[in-house]
Design a protein around this ligand. Structure first.
Ligand code: NAD
Length: 414
């Protein structure tokens, strides 16, 4: 999916170039901001349960640390490659700059299909990854977190393997289980952040949220939490999907029964009170908010014309290619950009890291309140700049983040 029409890296490079031009930065500055500090690829050998051996590629791209240690997710997915990880790492640097937290940007992953591996195999692979990368990660160096195909348990294995070498080190990863030093509110943080940005957007446009319709692609961590929280705010979730297909109900899906069905069967498909639709049909649905919350480049030049939502909310990383972004803009469909919309995850990861370093944990109310304040501020900054400069929300978000990054970079004496 990520390779359709335009890669995440190409999309993101184009957006960054546009921001640099709008800010009047020269080509050297653009190149500096674009180029990663360090890129690592290595092979991981896994002895499978049946005694056969498989070789996987593991990646970590550390994009920039001018504003703080590298920070970004670890993705287990068979189609990842260095180019994609590069684009996602740069996106992380801009995201942490936009929400103004003292962290840089990174991304990594293993090109495995976790659904085809046993728990023991995933644990062994994760421990191998940590033993190969331990010199390159660390609480003040680079702090991984969950992403597509990884979860809190995988973070606990990294923490454990790393702590065997360096002593108890919960701050080496975020998105951990609460029992091993994770933060309250981290699991749902990205979805909660999506809902805060949607609410702030409605406030900015003077629109009511009650009764608005929502279609969400992806029912993993981000999609399911976004659906639950928006539904709790009075919006109707009319369509949901996952890798196996989608479901639709024009009057709104009953999320409790969809979640129960998904837990039982591993998919939303066939949930009670729903009609089947496929992922392409979901993207083309008429609705108020279309929320891609799965993989990148799903809205591209082949389907941009079919998008009928009033607003596209990028909960996934880079779900809209540059060509599609242009097409949506021409048709008057605003796009709320990923570096703002899904920044709730890294924001609460930052809170988790701070709690680990302080060895002091915060209440759920404190986490949620601080998340709300950060994302409301970032949203207001973006909406106000877009209004005064008459530019898109993406251009405004990229300009704010790019300026902060460039200032840190040059002031540090590059
Ligand atoms: P996840 O693995 O928990 O869920 C991914 C979902 O996407 C699953 O429902 C899966 O079935 C679905 N999916 C996978 N391939 C698909 C396909 N081809 N078509 C339709 N659906 C498909 O992942 P997640 O953590 O929810 O992440 C989703 C997106 O949000 C990614 O782009 C990720 O980079 C981004 N993101 C996640 C976080 C976080 O905190 N988890 C933070 C910021 C951004």
């Amino acid at each position: 999916m990520d390779s359709t029409c335009c890669s995440i890296k190409e999309t993101h490079d184009a957006f960054l170039l546009r921001a640099c031009r709008q800010l009047g930065y020269d080509d050297t500055t653009y190149e500096i901001l674009l180029t990663a500090s360090r890129e690592i690829r290595t092979e991981l050998l896994l002895r499978k349960d049946d005694n056969s051996t498989v070789v996987y590629n593991a990646y970590r791209v550390q994009h920039h640390n001018a504003r703080g240690p590298y920070k970004g997710g670890l993705r287990y997915h068979p189609q990842i490659n260095m180019e994609e990880i590069r684009g996602l790492a740069c996106l992380m640097t801009l995201k942490t700059a936009l929400v103004d937290i003292p962290l840089g940007g990174a991304k990594g992953g293993i090109d495995c299909d976790p659904s085809s591996l046993s728990d023991r195999e995933i644990e062994a692979l994760t421990r191998k990854f940590t033993s190969k990368f331990h010199l390159n990660i660390g609480p003040n160096i680079d702090i991984p977190a969950p992403d597509v195909g990884t979860n809190a348990r995988i973070m606990a294995w990294i923490q454990d393997e790393y702590s065997k070498i360096y002593g108890y080190s919960p701050a080496v990863v975020t998105g951990k289980p609460i029992a091993t030093g994770g933060s309250l509110g981290r699991e749902e943080a990205t979805g909660r952040g999506v809902s805060i940005v949607v609410k702030e957007y409605a406030r900015h446009t003077g629109d009511a949220l009650e009764g608005k319709t929502v279609a969400i692609q992806g029912f993993g961590n981000v999609g399911s939490n976004t659906a639950r929280i928006l539904n709790g705010m009075g919006l109707h979730i009319i369509a949901l999907s996952d890798v196996r297909g989608g479901i639709f109900n024009a009057d709104g899906l009953d999320l409790e029964s969809v979640s129960a069905h998904s837990r039982k069967t591993g998919s939303v498909v066939g949930a009670p009170g729903s009609e089947p639709i496929d992922n392409e049909e979901l993207l083309a649905l008429q609705c108020d908010y279309l929320i891609p919350a799965a993989l990148g480049s799903v809205i591209n030049e082949t389907n941009a014309e079919q998008i009928s939502a009033k607003v596209v909310v990028e909960a996934a990383n880079s779900p809209v290619t540059e060509a599609a972004d242009h097409s949506l803009e021409e048709r008057g469909i605003p796009v709320l950009p990923d570096i703002l919309v899904n920044a709730g995850g890294v924001t609460v990861s930052y809170f988790e890291w701070v709690q680990n370093l302080q060895q002091f944990s915060w209440s759920l109310d404190t986490v949620q309140e601080r998340l709300r304040r950060r994302l409301e501020t970032a949203s207001k900054d973006v909406f106000e700049l877009a209004t005064t400069d008459k530019c898109s929300y993406r251009d405004a978000a990229y300009q704010i983040a790019t300026r902060r990054l460039k200032d840190a970079f040059y002031l540090a004496g590059f």
